[in-house]
Design a protein around this ligand. Structure first.
Ligand SMILES: [Zn+2]
Ligand SMILES: [Zn+2]
Length: 336
């Protein structure tokens, strides 16, 4: 099969991807390989996140909409790799740098029902999940030893979780790793050169070109980026400049919940409920008002596997053009 390949560069991070779509391969061809997920039961006696088992988790740090009738519970993660009672002090092992495993790790239990799924929830339920994210990120950001809050969701074994109950996670670290710092440095250089936020410019360019847009609303836009790393990679950006997710207001959060549910709904129906990760990438703490950073959500359906070349070079090979991914998702109708 003939392959028409090209390199593409991510405008913001300067990362390269190789776009190598096999001619004649359609989005449907990637989907058929996924076996149908076995539907879980609505409740499980042995699930620590199901109603009736609240005593099996640590005391919640947040409950929405109210304690007596919870929809969202945020609890400290019992099995976390990082612990809040440790210090953030660096230490040396010979000439090697180390630090105690200080950090904050929380689980956001998204719904009482074991078999629920954001793609199928009511709008106010999705909004409550996002409100919980915002409230916890604001609260955790007050900790002077925390520098980065990462909010993410793993759905399914290929995305890194075997826990069926709908949940997402918040991990806050004292460290800002190179993976986050490097794109920030690129964004500063871009700002110095152009006098504008590279993400604002990227969003504007995607809107102008149009062919990778899935859908948009007044304040947000969802698209498959020009330099997508994998098939059906989706991003949601606020259209106006905003460096931190904590700055989203009450009206915008409802709008974001709607758009997120639309995108996850499209993935759910067109890719047969795929395993996926999503991540909210927000500025490190202290940079909330900076002019060169811009928060966004990235949604990555796990339809391909990262192999040796990707690990070795950091260059991802994407076998489906984002223009095709976006067109397919745009045309997917949601039968909610
Ligand atoms: Zn459960
Ligand atoms: Zn911006």
């Amino acid at each position: 099969m003939e392959i028409m390949s090209e390199f593409r560069q991510n405008k913001a991070t300067k990362e390269w991807v190789i776009l190598a779509p096999e001619r004649g391969k359609r989005p449907q061809d990637l989907i058929k390989v996924r076996p149908k997920r076995k539907p879980p039961p609505p409740y499980r006696n042995d699930c620590p996140f199901c109603p009736g088992n609240e005593d099996q988790t640590t005391e919640p740090v947040l409950v929405l909409p109210q304690q007596s009738n919870w929809q969202v519970r945020v609890v400290p993660n019992k099995y976390a790799a990082l612990q809040p009672h440790l210090t953030a002090t660096r230490s040396w092992v010979g000439s090697f740098l180390a630090a105690k495993g200080f950090g904050i790790a929380e689980v956001v239990i998204e719904h009482p029902r074991h078999d629920q799924n954001i793609a199928l929830m009511e709008l106010d339920e999705v909004t409550n999940i996002l409100r919980a994210y915002r409230q916890r990120q604001v609260e955790i950001s007050k900790n002077e030893r925390i520098n980065l809050v990462t909010i993410f969701r793993n759905r399914g074994p290929k995305a890194g979780t075997s826990l069926e109950h709908p949940h997402s996670q918040i991990i806050a670290t004292p460290i800002v790793p190179p993976h986050v710092r490097y794109p920030m440095e690129q964004a500063v250089l871009y700002y110095d050169g152009h006098g504008s936020c590279v993400y604002c410019d990227m969003v504007e360019e995607e809107l102008r070109q149009g062919e990778r847009i899935i859908m948009d609303s007044d304040n947000f836009v969802a698209f498959c980026p020009f330099a997508s790393r994998s098939p059906f990679e989706c991003r949601i950006y606020p259209k106006k400049h905003m460096a931190s997710f904590t700055l989203i207001d009450d009206e915008e959060i409802v709008e974001l919940a709607w758009l997120l549910r639309e995108i996850l709904g499209k993935l759910h129906y067109s890719l047969n409920d795929p395993d996926y990760n999503y991540i909210i990438r927000s500025s490190p703490i202290g940079d909330e008002n900076t002019r060169h950073l811009h928060w966004y959500m990235v949604i990555v359906p796990r339809v391909t596997i990262r192999a040796g070349f990707e690990m070795g070079s950091g260059i991802y090979i994407n076998t489906l053009a984002p223009e095709e991914s976006a067109r397919y998702l745009r045309e997917t109708e949601i039968k909610r």
